[in-house]
Design a protein around this ligand. Structure first.
Ligand code: DX5
Ligand code: ZN
Length: 220
């Protein structure tokens, strides 16, 4: 039986103990490290920048799944490649020339993802879906951890899966925001391949066990 991937969002980690939290993810049943970059312009919050990603990269043993919530992401594509990103995801709403951006991510040796805000229709990706490795469905408005899951996201996950199938794309569907053990199974059923979870994991008493429980809930 195949399982969905779990990507703990380090946004909810204890930054005073970042190495400890990255190593917890290394040792856990998680699949990726999810890294949220916010610029205070595209979203109303600033998370962390390159020196912190460098520190995470130094200790991480699993693929780095970098989610850029920034305007004009083309400026930093090569930097994230040098920092060791495996997946680099940009926002549809932040890219004027999305096709060019996706090609640049791939030319830099990374897998390319596109994130969609809650209001953005999945079908807008129709003409680029074949080129994508990942579609990230935002199930909260991006910018902050700890928000409530938006129920309409199930329909968007189903739409994304359908678009991928229709176009014989290999893209994975990732869901980010408000993911917990309560909605994990339903998200997988709707078609999610990767679940991002921040608060649910890091604010729990025992993050390693929480990841294990989440993973166990994701049989496909
Ligand atoms: C929100 C970020 C998320 C965030 C998720 O803009 O993209 O990755 O860390 O946090 P939770 O799981 O707490 O909703
Ligand atoms: Zn994210």
């Amino acid at each position: 039986m195949s399982k969905a991937k779990i990507a703990p969002s380090l946004l909810a980690a204890d930054f005073g103990n970042l190495q400890r939290d990255v190593e917890m993810v290394n040792k856990s049943e998680a699949d990726w490290h999810h890294i949220d970059i916010m610029d205070g312009v595209f979203v109303p919050n600033i998370s962390y920048g390159m020196p912190v990603v460098k520190a995470i990269s130094k200790h991480a043993t699993k693929p780095l799944d970098v989610h850029l919530m920034i305007v004009d992401p083309d400026r930093y594509i090569n930097t994230f490649a040098e920092l060791g990103a495996t997946y680099l995801t940009v926002h549809y709403e932040a890219c004027t020339h999305l096709h060019r951006t996706i090609q640049a991510i791939k030319a830099a040796g990374m897998k390319a993802g596109v994130a969609l805000n809650p209001h953005t229709n999945v079908n807008l990706l129709k003409n680029i879906i074949k080129d994508l490795d990942l579609v990230l469905i935002m199930s909260v408005n991006p910018g902050f951890g700890g928000q409530s899951f938006i129920e309409n996201s199930y329909e968007k996950i189903r739409d994304a899966k359908e678009l991928i199938k229709m176009n014989e794309s290999k893209a994975l569907v990732e869901v980010d925001g408000g993911v917990t053990i309560k909605n994990a199974k339903a998200l997988i059923k709707a078609g999610a391949d990767v679940l991002v979870a921040g608060s649910f994991i890091f604010k729990s008493g025992d993050p390693g066990t929480t990841i294990k429980e989440l993973k166990a809930a994701t049989d496909k």
